[in-house]
Design a protein around this ligand. Sequence first.
Ligand SMILES: NC(=O)c1ccc[n+]([C@@H]2O[C@H](COP(=O)([O-])OP(=O)(O)OC[C@H]3O[C@@H](n4cnc5c(N)ncnc54)[C@H](OP(=O)(O)O)[C@@H]3O)[C@@H](O)[C@H]2O)c1
Length: 239
Amino acid sequence: MERPYIICHMLTSLDGKIIGDFLDAERTQHFIEQYEKIHDGYECKAWMCGRVTLEEHFTFGHKIDLTTENISTIPRTDYVDNKDAKTYVVAVDPSGKLGWTKNYISQGRENSSGDHIVEVLTEQVSDAYLAHLQKLGISYIFGGTESLNFTVVVEKLKNLFSIERLIIEGGGVLNGSFLNKGLIDELSLVFVPIADGASNSMTLFETGNYLKRPQPVNFFLKGVQKLDDGGLWLRYVTK
Ligand SMILES: NC(=O)c1ccc[n+]([C@@H]2O[C@H](COP(=O)([O-])OP(=O)(O)OC[C@H]3O[C@@H](n4cnc5c(N)ncnc54)[C@H](OP(=O)(O)O)[C@@H]3O)[C@@H](O)[C@H]2O)c1
């Protein structure tokens, strides 16, 4: 299979939580900065997140009004608006809920034209949402008829956008989907030296409703680096 090298990069508490009050602690800010620095150091052409994460951090729950558009049927074929972007953000949004208003995410970097958005959809998405994406110049690919096959998705990312290295950055449901498909080559964890302590908050890998029988996955240590103020950067590989 021709696919990108895939790194899962996450910030966690000592008890493996990826959300919770520990993220708001003053001390955590330093580790968030380290996390971003390490992200940049990987020099991946694309980063990917699940719909919930993108809604929380980038579209802020904005909803697009699609009811007024009188749209004819749009074929469920991949739509490449920009195959030569320098960088991409890949949004896993199976039914087309994300309220994008432009075709890139700019993370405040100077002289950056931003990361071109590629939506990952199922064929259940509405014609009106596809028309909206085309109007904005957002690329999209189909990962399945009713559910997503991430093996197909990552092959398309390589073939259509020449993405050789992909960094996936949560949340837990997206990470879990990749883990259980054997699609993680490297795990990069920035450990914040705080135990969150909440038993019901999300961990690094979750299964959502998509997976009934997750399998344990072996990792092999590639590197350990101490960070200031007691944090750790751990790197593991699966082969
Ligand atoms: N600590 C960190 O480093 C870090 C990093 C990233 C995110 N986070 C946090 O993680 C939280 C969100 O995590 P999450 O796990 O709830 O959400 P998520 O992984 O961001 O998004 C989950 C959604 O993505 C789509 N999706 C993911 N896997 C799928 C699959 N196999 N098949 C079909 N659709 C799939 C579904 O969208 P639909 O619901 O639309 O079907 C699903 O509900 C946020 O609070 C965020 O801040 C933390």
